[in-house]
Ligand binder design. Structure first.
Ligand code: ADP
Ligand code: MG
Length: 796
């Protein structure tokens, strides 16, 4: 027992300890619970306060934003809208009225445009108002939605609050229960264990419930936070919608102001238009008044005019009647006038005819006068002129002293030439001297210019040489066209340049070509008034026999006969004449004709000629207006070589040839002498050449003697002879002043000497070169004719 007692004691002690412990624990738990409940109570208190606050907030919000307020606001806006719409309508009506009013008076005026602009603005404003309205409706809807949601939230809040209150009540009840339990436990220690257990269990339950409550509380708090958030958002939305509304209002105000302004403008414009209209009407009225006045005045003037016109009309009628009478009489008058006019015209024509006749007579007289003057001029100038031409030293002259130049010229006088012969200088004066460097052109151009010189009369007339290219040739050609005969001779020893001067080369044609070219161009120039027929003949005189170079039988000898018509003119029966119209024609003539010329080569010059070559151009003219006929002859003669043939070196036919040449040249000298000294008898018949050229040497004819000389030392004897011939022929010229003196200065003894020299039997001269003469062969003839053909051809 004791042991059990002790054990029980121990048990009792342990239990007591445990109880104490439990009591302590309970006390601690109690404390804990108390503090917890206190805490919870505090929490509940704060939550309550918060809830109250929220409820107050909600009620405040509701009062602020309550459904009725929003509705009111919406209604207000709608009413405002309605009012604006009505106003707009009224404005539109006014506008329409204004438009209707304005349409008629002013089209295309600025007001219309302004109007259109305003209308456009108005429609824009209307559109904007419409948009605003739509926005407003949207906002209303949103507000409605928000109110609904707010109500929902409130409901939920109420629910949660009720739940909480319930929970709290439950908790407090349990707390009370547990406190009672604790009290009962205290009072019943034997039941402690159970109670503790219960308490433990209870407290665990309470703990759980507390936890739940806490979580619930947390959730509720979150909910409240969310609601607050939503509330805030809604507040913001409300604020923005309020702002929009304010903006819209401002816009509406602005539009209204705009409308007002437009309206005012319109009114002003209308007023201005009205004023303008009034002004225009006034102006038009005043103008019309003035015009009316003027018209009245005009009317008065017209009336007075009418009054004065009546007598004028009377006189006009009178005039008309008299005119009518005149018209009746007109045909008679016309016939009479025509008759008299016809008579006058025929008289005038008669006068013109007589004047024409007179003019023609005068023209003919002038022509004759011109011819006379020409004759006089020719007589004054002297119709025979002698030129000298010195050829250049050529290769054929060789080298050394024999080929030295023996001829010099006077720098001041182009008519003077000096020859160094056997150490003595002999001077000669001719009409003109051409130095070796003189060109063909110059020679052609100066032909006749120096003819005015006379030995005793010095210079009668000086004509510059070079500027008068072809003038003198032209003068000769003109003479020929005018009906004068012209002779141009080339005289000189073989190789002195006769053929060169007359025919020239292809590149540098001589006098023949140039004269013919001028002849054709002159004839062409006179073609308007004159008809010309130009014929060409070519002949040669060899051994005093005349041959036709263009005939079919060149070897046939032709005779010179007197014209059977008794005119005293000479003609050559059978001499071929070719009609030519241009230089080309002449070339054709020589191409187709049989040009035969008897030639032979001497040791002086291969191409030298032992016969006289003649080119005879006949120009026959007819003046169509006067019927005047002219005939002129241009004789271009390339004479045979003038060199003296030594008796010893020439025999038989060669001697005969030389004698014939000398005879004909001296006959030519005699004839020229006789002509220039104006002797009664001129010995034309002494040679075939002078006989053939009788017509062309006598009378008004003109003769040019071109004396060709070589400048070479070895030719000085021949040069001296040629120059003596030239000077002596020239010195017989009969100038009008110096005629007597000239006549006296021609010693007959000297003349005889010249003739002797020409005949080649001058004893004082140097020994002439002896030539081996041979009869002209057929080949030589052909070569000579070919050379002529070539020259004529190329010159064309
Ligand atoms: P001719 O007919 O007197 O016998 P040419 O006319 O046949 O003499 O002349 C002999 C040579 O001298 C020819 O070769 C010719 O070309 C030349 N000749 C003559 N005169 C001149 C001159 N003024 N200028 C140049 N060469 C000339
Ligand atoms: Mg010759």
């Amino acid at each position: 027992v004791m042991a059990s007692m002790a054990h029980l004691q121990k048990e009792k002690l342990r239990l007591q300890e445990e109880l104490l412990e439990l009591q302590e624990k309970l006390a601690a738990q109690e404390n804990n619970e108390l503090s917890l409940s206190l805490q919870l109570q505090d929490q509940v208190e704060t939550l309550k306060a918060k809830l109250l606050e929220q409820a107050q907030e909600i009620s405040r919000l509701r009062s602020e934003l309550g459904g009725t307020d929003a509705e009111k606001h919406r209604d207000l806006l709608a009413a405002e809208n309605e009012r604006l719409r009505q106003e707009m309508k009224a404005c539109e009506g006014e506008l329409r009225e204004l438009q209707w009013q304005q349409q008629a008076p002013c089209r295309d005026c600025p007001h219309l445009q302004e109007n259109a602009r305003l209308q456009e603005q108005l429609s824009q404003l209307q559109r904007e108002a419409e948009e605003t309205r739509a926005k407003l409706v949207e906002l209303d809807l949103e507000v409605q939605q928000k109110t609904n949601r707010l109500a929902e939230v409130e409901l939920r809040l109420k629910d949660s609050l009720a739940e909480r209150a319930e929970e709290e009540e439950r908790l407090s009840r349990r707390l009370r229960d547990s406190q009672e339990t604790i009290a009962s436990l205290k009072s019943q220690p034997q039941q402690i264990k159970y109670i503790i257990k219960t308490v433990e269990v209870e407290s665990a339950k309470a703990k759980q419930a507390l936890c739940e409550t806490q979580s619930r509380n947390q959730y509720l708090q979150e909910q409240v936070g969310m609601q607050k958030q939503v509330l805030k958002e809604m507040e913001q939305q409300l604020q923005s919608s309020q702002k929009t509304e304010a903006q819209l209002r401002a816009q509406i105000m602005m539009y209204e102001a705009e409308l007002e302004r437009a309206h005012g403008q319109m009114l002003e414009e209308m007023q201005a238009m009205e004023e303008e209209k009034n002004r225009a009407i006034e102006e038009a009225f005043s103008r019309a008044q003035v015009e009316m006045k003027a018209v009245h005045e005009n009317l008065a003037g017209v009336r007075t005019n009418l009054l004065t016109l009546q007598p004028a009309l009377r006189t006009l009628t009178h005039d008309y009647n008299s005119l009518k009478r005149q018209v009746r009489d007109f045909p008679l008058l016309l016939q009479e006038t025509l008759r008299s006019a016809r008579a006058e015209i025929s008289q005038a024509i008669e006068e013109v005819h007589s004047t024409n006749r007179e003019l023609l007579r005068k023209y003919r007289r002038e022509l004759q006068l011109r011819k006379k003057c020409h004759n006089e001029l020719v007589r004054l100038k002297g119709n025979i002129r002698v030129f000298g031409r010195v050829r250049p030293i050529t290769k054929e002259d060789g080298e050394g002293p024999e080929a030295a130049n023996a001829v010099t010229f006077d720098a001041d006088d182009d008519a003077v030439l000096h020859l160094l012969h056997k150490g003595k200088q002999v001077s000669f004066e001719l009409d003109k001297v051409f130095p070796p460097q003189a060109s063909q052109e110059e020679v052609g151009a100066t032909v006749h210019t120096a003819g005015v010189r006379g030995k005793g009369s010095h210079l009668l007339l000086t004509l510059p040489c070079l500027p008068q290219v072809f003038q003198e040739v032209q003068a000769l050609v003109t003479s020929c066209i005018d009906g004068y005969n012209v002779c141009i001779f080339a005289y000189g020893q073989t190789g002195a340049g006769k053929t060169y001067t007359m025919e020239g080369t292809a590149a540098n044609p001589g006098i023949n070509q140039r004269a013919l070219q001028l002849l054709f161009s002159e004839v062409r120039g006179k073609a308007a008034d004159w008809d010309y027929a130009i014929t060409v003949s070519a002949a040669e005189i060899y051994n005093e026999a005349l041959r036709d170079l263009l005939g079919k039988e060149p070897q046939e000898k032709l005779e010179i006969k007197l014209c059977p018509d008794g005119s005293g003119q000479l003609y050559v029966p059978g001499l071929t004449e070719f009609r030519v119209q241009s230089v080309e024609d002449i070339n054709k003539v020589f191409e187709f004709g049989h040009i035969k010329r008897v030639t032979e080569c001497t040791n002086l010059n291969e191409h030298s000629s032992r016969s006289h070559a003649l080119l005879i151009v006949t120009v026959r003219g007819l003046d169509r207006s006067t019927g005047l006929r002219t005939t002129g002859k241009l004789n271009l003669v390339d004479l045979a070589g003038s060199e003296r043939v030594g008796r010893s070196g020439a025999e038989g036919s060669r001697l005969r040839e030389a004698q014939h040449i000398n005879k004909s040249l001296s006959a030519l000298g005699d004839v020229i002498y006789a002509l220039r000294s104006r002797q009664g008898h001129v010995p034309f018949r002494n040679s075939k050449l002078t006989y053939l050229l009788q017509d062309s040497l006598s009378g008004d004819s003109k003769t040019l003697m071109m004396v060709q000389v070589s400048p070479a030392e070895k030719n000085t004897s021949e040069t001296l002879c040629s120059l003596k011939f030239a000077e002596r022929v020239r010195s017989v010229e009969l100038g009008p002043v110096s005629r007597k003196a000239e006549l006296g200065s021609w010693p007959s003894q000297e003349h005889l000497e010249v003739l002797k020299t020409l005949l080649g039997d001058s004893p004082g001269s140097a020994a002439p070169p002896v030539r081996g003469h041979a009869s002209p062969s057929a080949g030589q003839l052909a070569s000579r004719s070919a050379s002529i053909r070539r020259k004529l051809h190329t010159a064309g």
